[in-house]
Ligand binder design. Structure first.
Ligand code: NAP
Length: 254
């Protein structure tokens, strides 16, 4: 372990973090504090992103080959994928770019949420499945972001309360209420929102991590949750804590 007593890395690494999550920001902060040179990469899908510590680049690389070229050009020592569990393409590109460039690839994967005894979860494989599981006349609190929200437009028999950071493009159907907000949210606020909007079902991705107030609120209100389970990501060296990532980045055995 190459960290001195003051927590600084003895051999600073050049690290590219594939980001776009709170975990990626926390990791950037930790690695910068340890003296590494960190570049965080954001997709550019949010117009006012919360900016991580260190350097930041915004926008796609142009597929796996573009990413491999970037890794070589920037003399990156390690690629850390801290993207959202549902961002499959960029993880697949990361694994492929690692193969092509020889730069080691680590993935941070926060554990998925597990249903507790009083939870009423209906697990589904994808968003299309979630749309089909809604009961006629339901009021669905949909918290899946804006990328796939358009899939709910076919359900004119359902009221949709959709929360996201930035508004979706195009016209919003008359039976939708869009709420623009950024986490964190408290359990009390989530319960108040669900009561005020007369929500009858929550639709969530199984993102894992700390932002689970909505799940706890649904349990307390005895509401069902349509839980979209995680898509598979490519096989890789997966670590489940930021400290493990930081120790591995600092170590010799990458
Ligand atoms: P995706 O489908 O896996 O990726 C689509 C394309 O976007 C990639 O091929 C890549 O373009 C570009 N891209 C994605 N993440 C990037 C990054 N961190 N840096 C540079 N380029 C990136 O991704 P997504 O599901 O649209 O998610 C986009 C971003 O939002 C991710 O960074 C993710 O961490 C964050 N996010 C996603 C979700 C979600 O539910 N999907 C939720 C919260 C946050 P090129 O091929 O041109 O390189």
């Amino acid at each position: 372990m190459e960290a001195s007593s003051d927590g600084q890395a003895e051999v600073a690494k050049r690290v590219l973090i594939l980001g776009g999550t709170g975990d990626a920001r926390r990791l950037a902060e930790q690695l910068v504090a340890q003296g590494h040179h960190v570049v965080s990469s954001l997709a550019g899908v949010t117009s006012r992103p919360t900016v991580p510590a260190g350097d930041v680049r915004i926008g796609g690389f142009g597929g796996a080959q573009g990413l491999a070229d970037y890794l070589s050009a920037m003399r990156i020592n390690v690629l850390v994928d801290a993207t959202h569990p549902f961002a499959v393409q960029i993880s697949s590109n990361g694994a492929e770019a690692s193969q092509a460039s020889g730069v080691p690839y680590l993935r941070f994967e926060r554990p998925a949420w597990q249903a507790q005894e009083d939870d009423r979860w209906i697990s589904v494989g994808d968003t299309a499945d979630a749309v089909s599981k809604l009961d006629r006349g339901a009021c669905a609190f949909v918290t899946i972001g804006r990328k796939e929200i358009g899939m709910f437009a076919v359900r004119q028999d359902v009221r949709v309360v959709a929360r996201m950071i930035e508004a979706p493009g195009g016209d919003v159907p008359a039976n939708w209420h869009i709420i623009l907000a950024r986490p964190p949210f408290s359990i009390e606020d989530e319960m108040a929102l669900m009561r005020d909007e007369q929500v009858t079902v929550l639709v969530s991705k199984n993102a894992g991590g700390p932002a689970r107030s909505k799940i706890d609120a649904a349990r307390r209100l005895d509401l069902p949750v349509i839980m979209i389970e995680r898509p598979p990501k490519p096989a890789a060296r997966v670590l489940v804590s930021l400290d493990e990532i930081a120790a591995t980045v600092a170590g010799e055995e990458l």
